[in-house]
Design a protein around this ligand. Sequence first.
Ligand code: ZN
Length: 379
Amino acid sequence: MTSETVTTVPTADQIRRAPKVLLHDHLDGGLRPATVVELARETGYDGLPETDPEALGVWFREAADSGSLERYLETFSHTCAVMQTRDALVRVAAECAEDLAADGVVYAEVRYAPEQHLERGLSLEEVVEAVNEGFRLGERRAREAGHRIRVGALLTAMRHAARSLEIAELANRYRDLGVVGFDIAGAEAGYPPTRHLDAFEYLKRENNHFTIHAGEAFGLPSIWQALQWCGADRLGHGVRIIDDIHIGKDGAVELGRLAAYVRDKRVPLEMCPTSNLQTGAAPSYAEHPIGLLRKLRFRVTVNTDNRLMSGTSMSREFEHLVETFGYTLDDLQWFTVNGMKSAFLPFDERLAMINDVIKPGYAELKSEWLFQEASGKGL
Ligand SMILES: [Zn+2]
């Protein structure tokens, strides 16, 4: 037996135990179905389509799978509706950290739009403080359960709204208090990121970090604007960069100017395979651009987007990729190191995470074949 044969196909258990890094996960897209039901009862929200947790979980996945944008967006109206009180936000954030830790995630950046949690009188600051408190509580509980995780928050502004500068200022105010960066999200078509230039320019002047949802539903112009007009540090999804990569009849790959820029500058792509399938940004796992982009060594990272709506987790995303592309533990480590390199954490902390947590974690998994129960051969 050689290490090669063993590391070729990581088992589901190895994938779960492997240290993982998550940069693109929405707080309002990752609730436990049972928590949605309980919070709805506690806060008097009676708009849920199902009140049995299992049936509700299925409803969320089917609505996201339906191909109807209206139904997809409706799912978030329900999760946001039950996240309007301080206690609810603390609970959802704590459970988020616990669930990610139990799945083997060691570092996560979780995003949410504070402006969507003001319906019952909370201020923007109270929302941020409640979520931060929840993340710290979840980290503590995870530690007690034997898992280590660090969670940073990204504050999202909605593309169609006009509060991006205000939210960027909020992100800056809490930058040393658990908020690691800023993002804009929402419908791409008709709402170009350049509408929010004042927010991005403000953050640049403050030497702060931001990512932009771009190149998911909409094509190259959206990616180009996010990078060259707005100065994004990372791209949320970025799958449409594939439109600027041409494969000749002889198999030769040619990168257009924008794709070359993205690769040359090591611009991180926050790819979310299952979510992209649901929204139609990619037709299947096998045809998802991640396969080619990994081969071409773009700075690809793997993410969950909305765990509830997609019925997914970091382990499940990795499992799909292993199944489709035959990825090994080395590939999974590559994605994970890419994620950590691209995190909005100070450089020394990123390096320590890579060298002291991620690499030893994968080395441990890769060495397991050495200690498997004797197969009868002896030495
Ligand atoms: Zn997203």
